[in-house]
Design a protein around this ligand. Structure first.
Ligand code: PLP
Length: 499
């Protein structure tokens, strides 16, 4: 199986090359040239298997330049320890029609671990195949969860260094503490004055700057990406949609072959795109429901076909979805527009020049035949956390609550009773202030993060994960903040390069 670029469909690379490079030199994203197709038997076989075995089956369809031993090594390393639930990504019942897919049992308590525990293995194997002499510098822009998950995934991994930029006022106190206290001898963390899109744009610029690349090469260093623009981030995410479906069949919620909906709290469009790939491979899916917070650029796009990032940026209680430029949408559009890179180039020049683009009626119709979309503001998010806690005795985080609210509205509006899997993307203790405020109806100040953790535990009897509770009293080691214009300088500084 080969991969091409969304901005140059004549290109053809292996999965190892796509994963090593992270982003194509033309600025496009790597996508598979065709998708493997599965049969009901494929799913039947998954039902009795462990998560690791399910991952092996699905990954081997995409990473055809990896040997079976290499895939076994990577999946064992990623999923055999590090996850605190034996099923890795369990499905739990919420209501008569809704189930929750818990994607946050990994070391950093957010769904990013599902991919970022595996990516370092895939990446180091890929580098060995394509550029064995190079040391890889992972550059990450994060809205909170990716940064920590990437730091944990790559810490002390031979042949790699990792640098993370996060928006100083755009992450939760727990997220900030998770990153600034990071251990490891190959890690660096820096805050920027700006929002996530500033951080992401800065990182993308550094990636594609030929002068910077040349400077790095002198030191035998090369950039790669752990953001969801890297194919190695997306492919592990396809696995859990298969796994969830197999568990829905095993739990008697659907018969093999019957369709389900997936509702996904969405920011950069990576998670829900993985569901789309699973569906295109033959997983029985009725609709993909894209849930946004007050940053509703995707809601508008998926319903009206007009993408417009020129709009107010809202800092919300679901910060990992505070995004106005959803990078992975480019991949969806490439597939939906007949794999035509000219179309993509036209749309994305318009995005970078005017901040907007509009797709054709035909493209919009295709999108709407698969996707539904809805949004949920902070008040509704907190109301939903309270309601789900009171009525279903389930404590969910702010991002998951956005998805639950959007799903409830979808169900009411459409009357669709298809069994639905809602992706739960973070542990509620990552966002204690908002969650505690929601279940008690009182206001809490951000001053005492661990006081709030204790109180939330007392009120709900839901145990805080040790990965978070254990940060209490830890001193930050990374205290730097820079302007977004100075990110390049910061990169050289963190790499000890005088340029
Ligand atoms: C990253 C993240 C999201 C958004 O996922 P995308 O793949 O960027 O759409 C949602 N919730 C949480 C908790 C996240 O960390």
């Amino acid at each position: 199986m080969n991969y091409t670029s969304t901005r140059n469909n004549t290109l053809s690379v292996t999965s190892a090359e796509a994963i090593t490079k992270g982003i194509s030199t033309d600025g496009g994203l790597f996508v598979p040239t065709s998708l493997p197709k599965i049969t009901p038997d494929f799913i039947e076989e998954l039902i009795s298997k462990s998560y690791i075995d399910r991952a092996r089956q699905v990954l081997s369809l995409f990473l055809t330049d990896f040997t079976k031993e290499e895939i076994d090594f990577c999946t064992d390393g990623a999923y055999s320890t590090g996850f605190s639930h034996e099923k890795v990504a369990p499905v739990v019942s919420l209501t008569d029609t809704a189930s929750i897919l818990e994607l946050w049992h990994g070391p950093t308590c957010a769904f990013k671990d599902m991919a970022l525990q595996l990516l370092p293995y895939l990446l180091t194997k890929s580098v060995k195949k394509t550029a064995p002499e190079q040391e890889i510098v992972i550059l990450v822009a994060t809205s909170g969860d990716t940064g920590k998950a990437a730091l944990e995934g790559f810490r002390d991994v031979d042949g790699t260094r990792i640098l993370v930029f996060y928006p100083n006022d755009g992450v939760s106190p727990m997220q900030k503490l998770q990153m600034t206290t990071q251990e490891g001898n190959n890690v660096g963390v820096c805050a920027i004055y700006g929002n996530f899109d500033d951080a992401q744009t800065g990182v993308k610029k550094i990636f594609t700057d030929e002068n910077i690349k040349a400077e790095l090469l002198k030191h035998n260093l090369a950039f790669s990406s752990a953001n969801s623009i890297n194919w190695g981030r997306l492919v592990p995410q396809i696995v859990y949609y298969f796994s969830a479906y197999a568990d829905m069949v095993a739990g008697g919620k659907v018969r093999n072959g019957e369709k389900v909906n997936f509702t996904v709290p969405t920011g950069n469009f990576g998670n829900i795109l993985a569901a789309y790939y699973a569906m295109e491979m033959g997983l029985p899916v009725n609709r993909l429901i894209c849930a946004s917070n007050a940053n509703d650029v995707l809601t508008e796009f998926l319903t009206e076909g007009h993408y417009n990032r020129v709009r107010p940026f809202h800092t919300t209680v679901s910060p990992s979805m505070d995004i106005l430029i959803s990078s992975n949408l480019e991949r969806l559009l490439f597939h939906i527009c007949g794999e035509n890179s000219d179309t993509i180039n036209t749309l994305f020049s318009s995005l970078s020049e005017k901040g907007e683009y509009t797709v054709s009626e035909e493209t919009l119709a295709k999108i709407k035949s698969v996707f539904s979309a809805g949004k949920c503001d902070d008040n509704k998010t907190k109301e939903t956390i309270a309601k789900v806690w009171k009525e279903n005795n389930y404590l969910c985080d702010t991002h998951t609550a956005v998805a639950v609210a959007v799903y409830n509205e979808y169900k009411e509006k459409t009357g669709d009773l298809t069994p639905t899997v809602i992706a739960s993307t973070a542990n509620p203790y990552k966002f204690s202030q908002a969650v505690l405020g929601a279940v008690t109806d009182e206001k809490y100040s951000a001053a005492d993060e661990f006081g709030m953790v204790d109180e939330l535990q007392q009120i709900t009897s839901v145990k805080a994960p040790s990965q978070l509770a254990g940060l209490k009293g830890k001193e930050p080691v990374f205290k730097g903040i820079c302007n977004k214009e100075d990110m390049t300088k910061e990169v050289f500084k963190l790499l000890n390069i005088n340029a």
